[in-house]
Design a protein around this ligand. Structure first.
Ligand code: AMP
Ligand code: MG
Length: 296
């Protein structure tokens, strides 16, 4: 879905801001979800400009990463099997590939064929056939992808592979939008793409942004990424078992009864991917390497 204009622009009088800046908020659909941006600006004119730049960037990135749009750069790469790609696509694929290696494939951006099978299972309310899962698994595997930085070239080493950046793209985009807002002079901002949040400098006079996390608690954060994964919104119950939209790329099966996990990391791309990975494998030893906090 693509909306040409900002859906809603709220002026929220800043209760605790002694400075001249006031709080503004806008919401717009992008990347198959709602992006909610909160920022502090001197007035509505400046805020409007900031929002339109921010949402334009969200749509641009959707044109690159979308697995739904046949014309996205990601899907063109999948059809070709081999291509030199744009800097944002190469950056996110490099990060995703490194995290796939580090998580032993619990996070795997090549899981597209299996994700699609389970998307159909949710729509048809029927479990996929074992033979279909096996066939889909043969088209997946992060080890089959090679990335060459010099030419930003990407090669998919098996026929009919389908990359799926659904577990990292919203966080990555939220980071980029936050960076763009900072560049435009709005460092006090928060970009929330449903469960994936990039928090910038805090609201005036406050230590951070208040964010609801797994377990019903509220955390106060600044200059960090916060992501919550789980099956709260996307799931199907079949024969009394609740299957998540997150799949285990190693077995090809959707997670069952996946309870929410929140990751707080240095940025939202990392928190996004690691929250998905920890849903698959709750015992992943990633806390130290990435200095993340994990909340359940
Ligand atoms: P999230 O909501 O961030 O946990 O991401 C879930 C989305 O990522 C799904 O809708 C799929 O598109 C994709 N996905 C599901 N399972 C995985 C996985 N194990 N690794 C990477 N991406 C996944
Ligand atoms: Mg994620």
């Amino acid at each position: 879905m693509r909306a040409g204009a900002v859906l809603a622009l709220f002026f929220l009088p800043a209760m605790s801001a002694p400075a001249a800046d006031s709080r503004f908020e806008a919401v717009e659909p992008a990347m198959g979800t709602l992006f909610r941006i909160t920022l502090y600006a001197p007035g509505p004119e400046q805020a409007k400009i900031a929002f339109s730049r921010a949402f334009a960037l969200a749509h641009q990135l959707d044109d690159v990463f979308s697995d739904y749009r046949p014309s996205s750069e990601l899907n063109r790469l999948c059809r070709a099997g081999n291509a030199a790609v744009s800097p944002p696509l190469f950056d996110i694929l490099t990060l995703a590939h490194g995290l796939a290696r580090e998580t032993g494939g619990a996070f795997d951006p090549t899981a597209g064929p299996v994700v699609k099978l389970w998307r159909e299972a949710r729509a048809n309310r029927a479990l996929p056939a074992a033979a279909d899962i096996d066939a889909a698994l043969r088209r997946t595997g992060w080890r089959k992808v090679s990335l060459k930085a010099r030419r930003r070239s990407v090669r998919l080493g098996a026929p009919d592979m389908q990359l799926d950046l659904g577990g990292i793209a919203k966080g990555w985009a939220a980071d980029r939008i936050l960076a763009e807002l900072r560049r435009l002079g709005f460092p006090r901002a928060l970009v929330a793409a449903s469960g994936d949040i990039a928090a910038g400098d805090p609201p005036p006079g406050l230590p951070g942004w208040r964010i609801a996390v797994a377990g019903g608690r509220v955390e106060v954060v600044r200059n960090a990424g916060v992501s919550t994964s789980g099956d709260a919104e996307q799931f199907v119950v079949l024969d009394g078992v609740r299957y998540s939209h997150i799949i285990d790329p190693r077995s090809g099966w959707a997670l069952r009864d996946s309870s929410p996990v929140t990751v707080i990391a240095k940025n939202a791309a990392l928190s996004d991917a690691l929250a998905t990975a920890l849903s698959v494998d709750p015992h992943l030893a990633i806390r130290r390497a990435h200095k993340v906090r994990i909340l359940r």
